[in-house]
Design a protein around this ligand. Structure first.
Ligand code: SF4
Length: 218
């Protein structure tokens, strides 16, 4: 179990699930390069967080809710948490009658990715809410701006295990203070930190090192 003093940013889960080096550049070396894609994402989040909480029929919508989990050692802010009125099995809310099922929604600028980094981040939010509200959350949603569409995410045991694994790895990485070297992959082409990271330069270096080792061995 973690303490308040060693909580890390929940959003780092997504960075780490995407790329270990990107996570370290942002959270150890404090490097952040904004490009058109990240600027659009930031504006989308600011727009969502800037809206008031509201009720729509049997759904109560809360924006910018602070999150924390001592089990995962993470804290952050949820874009949107919906509370759906239910007959049984929900949580109680101050100033509201009845029981409510918790349903987190995370807003993303683009479209669904081939990896599970967005799902891991959303699952981290759900696990924070479970700990804070003493409840079980079965599912949530990712909203992708490019598609104007929600994708439901089921918080099954595989995704929960992956989220716990990434959170643990995050604490180990930050404690080590060491940023791993760059290895060029296709995803680097869409990475906001590619200019800072220079993965192709790193790749060339590793090839040079490889040739040096081959020449030494002959
Ligand atoms: S450019 Fe590639 S290696 Fe570098 S931080 Fe981005 S994804 Fe990771």
């Amino acid at each position: 179990m973690h303490t308040e003093s060693d909580l890390l940013m929940l959003s780092a889960l997504q960075h780490l699930a995407f790329c270990e080096r990107q996570c370290c550049l942002i959270h150890i070396e404090q490097a952040w390069a904004e490009n058109r894609l990240t600027a659009e994402g930031r504006i989308l989040h600011e727009r969502v967080h800037g809206q008031e909480s509201e009720s729509r029929g049997d759904v109560y919508i809360v924006r910018g809710l602070k999150l924390r989990s001592l089990a995962l050692g993470l804290s952050g802010v949820a874009d949107v948490v919906e509370f759906h009125r239910v007959e049984a099995g929900g949580v109680t809310l101050e100033g509201k009658k009845g029981l409510w099922r918790v349903f987190p929604v995370e807003y993303k600028r683009g479209k669904p990715k081939s990896d599970r980094c967005d799902e891991v981040q959303l699952c981290g939010q759900a696990m924070c809410l479970e700990e804070m509200l003493n409840t079980k959350i079965e599912n949530g949603a990712l909203y992708y701006g490019a598609q104007h569409k929600r994708h439901e995410v089921v918080f099954d045991q595989t995704l929960r295990n992956e989220t716990e694994r990434v959170a643990q790895k995050l604490h180990e990485l930050i404690a080590s203070g060491k940023t791993p070297p760059a290895i060029y992959e296709k995803k680097c082409d869409n990475c906001s930190l590619s200019d800072v990271c220079m993965p192709e330069a790193g790749h060339r270096k590793s090839v040079e090192k490889y040739l040096e080792e081959v020449l030494k061995a002959t």
